[in-house]
Design a protein around this ligand. Structure first.
Ligand code: ATP
Length: 235
């Protein structure tokens, strides 16, 4: 059973394709990481799933074909994207950002979920009346993730959550992500330069090189392949 199934995905920005036919799956409740060098096409891959770039090929999500849908319809079906650069509303407070994350919901569970976010990320509770733009980089990442979770997604798509963050903050964020994945069985698709950390969180991983998947399998499979380990794990 798969939650997300991508088949033969091509995508780009106008002059030729960046993605050259990607196949990838995310299991319900699973974590799939996408690794690869700078410029390999990882961000483009996430954008293609979320309908933010021109794409061809098949993308199936929760039993529906979504590669012809617009970004807002894809979001409504349950894919929440935390882009690189985070994208919080800097002039709004933490709490206002969280409320905006829930704007498509009509169910009465929003206050309960907001309390849950503050439990996952106590720093956000301490700073709930502070403008998002005045938060530290780590706190902004926590807010971006929480805001995405407030839409109650089935799949959380994360683009480089560790970018620009100190190692301790990054570890804290990954620890909380693991907790959320385990307790809520939330599926995650994550692009990450810190391959070791990403593999610890994942049950499936793939390596992209110049727009193509060059390896995929379990984290242990990638760790035991010496060439991949040297190229992408740095040891
Ligand atoms: P990084 O780890 O450096 O973020 P990446 O693997 O995420 O790299 P992408 O950002 O997907 O790679 O970029 C893949 C290719 O697409 C690169 O050659 C890049 O220059 C190109 N590209 C990315 N964004 C655009 C854009 N908006 N317009 C044109 N080309 C783009």
């Amino acid at each position: 059973m798969t939650l997300l199934a991508v088949r033969g995905l091509h995508a780009g920005y106008g002059q030729g394709d960046v993605l050259q036919g990607i196949d990838l799956e995310v299991a319900p409740g699973g974590v799939t990481s996408v690794l690869g060098a700078n410029g390999a096409g990882k961000t483009t891959f996430l954008r293609a799933i979320c309908g933010l770039v021109k794409r061809t090929g098949e993308i199936h999500f929760a039993g529906r074909r979504i590669d012809t849908l617009a970004t807002e319809d894809i979001a409504r079906l349950g894919i929440a994207h935390v882009p690189d650069g985070r994208g919080t509303f800097t002039s709004l407070t933490v709490e206002e950002n969280l409320r905006l994350g829930a704007y498509v919901r009509r169910d009465p569970g929003v206050p309960r979920d907001m309390a849950q976010m503050y439990e996952y990320f106590p720093r956000l509770f301490e700073r709930r009346t502070q403008q998002a733009g005045t938060l530290s980089g780590g706190e902004q990442q926590m807010l971006a993730i929480s805001r995405a979770l407030m839409s109650r997604p089935k799949l959380l798509v994360l683009d480089e959550p560790s970018f620009g963050l100190a190692p301790l903050v990054t570890q804290e964020i990954f620890r909380i992500m693991r907790n959320i994945n385990e307790t809520e069985k939330l599926a995650i698709l994550i692009v990450e330069q810190n391959a070791q950390l990403a593999l610890e969180l994942s049950n499936h991983a793939c390596v992209i090189e110049t727009g193509s998947v060059v390896a995929q399998g379990t984290p242990d499979f990638l760790r035991t392949d010496e060439a991949l380990r040297r190229a992408y794990l740095g040891y």
